[in-house]
Design a protein around this ligand. Structure first.
Ligand code: FES
Ligand SMILES: [Fe+2]
Length: 468
């Protein structure tokens, strides 16, 4: 547990005074203030575990890629023992950036300035003209390597932190891990990326995207209203749905939401309606195995579902076949989507995607979008998953063209002399709790999507920002 103190901004405002726990509001100043942004680089991105990519992006010995932990560039490498390392991309000599390309393969990382050289694991090798000992004899060579981050692999995803003695990755995920495991640890061989991630700049504060990713389901009804009217999710041809007078996407708003004291968030959406609509079967009459066969989890085929029982518990399979996590986030800046995309021929294609929103200044973020498939998914499915995901998410994705339109406006709003004193409100409160018989852990609520997950996101932001 972090110690709560009163971190104070230069004008005397305490960070904790920007959050109003009684009314569940957050002062909009937090979305634009450069001083708060600088504190976040230390207290959020310097302390939590941050997603850098997937090990399948660097499959060969000595492959590397350059990524970011908050404002710090890092080199992610695979060494000759197949171990993954994350090191600060700053030469310990005079601070030049060591790796200057986005990715590549290098047995030695040599700084172009004075030629200090480093192994893929960050260890110092030497400097040119050995007899002159230009790296000096004051510090031992063991202290002249690149600064190393603590890293972990989770389902092949690479996370790293500068908080060397802080909580383990599992502790950081806490109860939410039980649900993430359903997504990332479900198969025998695991996932891999379908090509390099899409990367693009949005002129917005990273938190506008970060807090939305903490499972804001409600905006789908208005901002993404078209989803129920055109394209794959339109109810065209579905007589029962067309006769209904409720907004097209309303049923998708019901389910179970998992909040986390560490700001993680998952929206578990009822699968019964999908099974009925897409297969014509009645889910209540089906066993877990029959449900898996009728509608395999997003990204799997019928042939692959037998793997699930080897990797997940009976309780996890129950959630997976009734109310699976489909969208949500991981604190501080991750969104995941494991969604079903109905096809015109009645089949379903899954989409598996992850985003990070890399802070690039108080008013700028870089959106990084990875698209995944299971390693043993058939080629035809992989192609479809890639195409369909590109149409929905990321740079060319219709859904996120909507989302990334709101983030700059919110950031601009927070700059006004009056606007910065307005508040973000998270006052739609669950009053339900767990559904009966719900087997999973954590802070669980059932019903129409509410603001609890996002409010917990801000509470953790406040806890980290207010800590010593
Ligand atoms: S700054 Fe890298 S070798 Fe001098
Ligand atoms: Fe959205």
């Amino acid at each position: 547990m972090l110690t709560k103190t009163s971190q104070v901004l230069s004008d005397g405002t305490k960070i904790s005074d920007l959050i109003y726990p009684d009314t569940r509001e957050v002062q909009m100043r937090v979305l634009s203030d450069p001083e708060i942004y600088q504190m976040e680089m230390e207290k959020i991105f310097g302390k939590t575990w941050v997603l850098l990519g997937h090990e399948s992006e660097i499959p060969n010995v000595n492959d590397f890629m350059v990524r970011d932990i908050g404002g710090d560039s890092v080199i992610v490498t695979r060494d000759k023992n197949d171990d993954i390392h994350v090191s600060l991309n700053v030469c310990p000599h005079r601070g030049m950036r060591v790796a200057l390309t986005d990715c590549g393969n290098a047995q030695i990382h040599k700084c172009i300035y004075h030629g200090w050289a480093f192994r893929p694991n960050g260890d110092f090798i030497g400097s040119p003209v050995k007899r002159e000992c230009m790296h000096g004899n004051i510090l031992p060579e063991s202290e002249l390597g690149l600064k190393k981050a603590r890293s972990v692999l989770y389902g092949g995803l690479i996370f790293a932190t500068w908080n060397i003695d802080g909580p383990s990755f599992d502790e950081f995920l806490g109860d939410a891990k039980w649900y993430y495991d359903i997504l990332f640890l479900r198969s025998d061989k695991g996932m891999e990326v379908l090509g390099p991630p899409q990367r693009f700049i949005v002129n917005a504060n990273w938190k506008t995207a970060g807090e939305q990713s903490a499972a804001d389901g409600f905006h789908t009804l208005t901002l993404h209203r078209w989803l129920g009217e055109v394209g794959n999710y339109a109810k065209k041809g579905d007589a029962a749905a067309e006769e209904s007078d409720e907004p097209d996407l309303t049923p998708e708003m019901y389910g179970v939401e998992i909040s986390s004291p560490h700001g993680h968030a998952l929206r578990c959406i009822d699968l019964a309606r999908k099974i009925r609509r897409l297969t014509g079967l009645e889910p209540d009459d089906l066993s877990i195995q029959e449900k898996l066969n009728a509608l395999p989890p997003a990204g799997m085929t019928k042939d692959m579902v037998e793997q699930l029982a080897r990797n997940l518990s009976e309780d996890q399979l129950k959630v997976l076949t009734t109310m699976p996590p489909q969208v949500g986030g991981m604190f501080p800046n991750i969104l995941f989507g494991f969604v079903y995309i109905p096809q015109p021929d009645g089949s379903v294609v899954g989409s598996m995607t992850l985003h990070t929103y890399i802070p690039r200044g108080p008013n700028k973020l870089e959106f990084c979008n990875w698209i995944f498939a299971e390693k043993d998914a058939p080629e035809e499915l992989r192609e479809k998953m890639l195409k369909q995901t590109i149409q929905l998410f990321g740079t060319s994705g219709m859904v996120e063209q909507d989302d990334s339109d709101t983030w700059p406006h919110m950031t601009l709003s927070a700059k006004g002399a009056m606007g910065k004193h307005m508040t973000l409100k998270y006052q739609a409160v669950y009053e339900t709790g767990k559904p009966e018989g719900w087997p999973g852990p954590g802070i669980v609520n059932e019903g129409f999507t509410k603001d609890d997950t996002q409010w917990h996101w801000w509470l953790y932001w406040n806890e980290l920002m207010s800590a010593e």
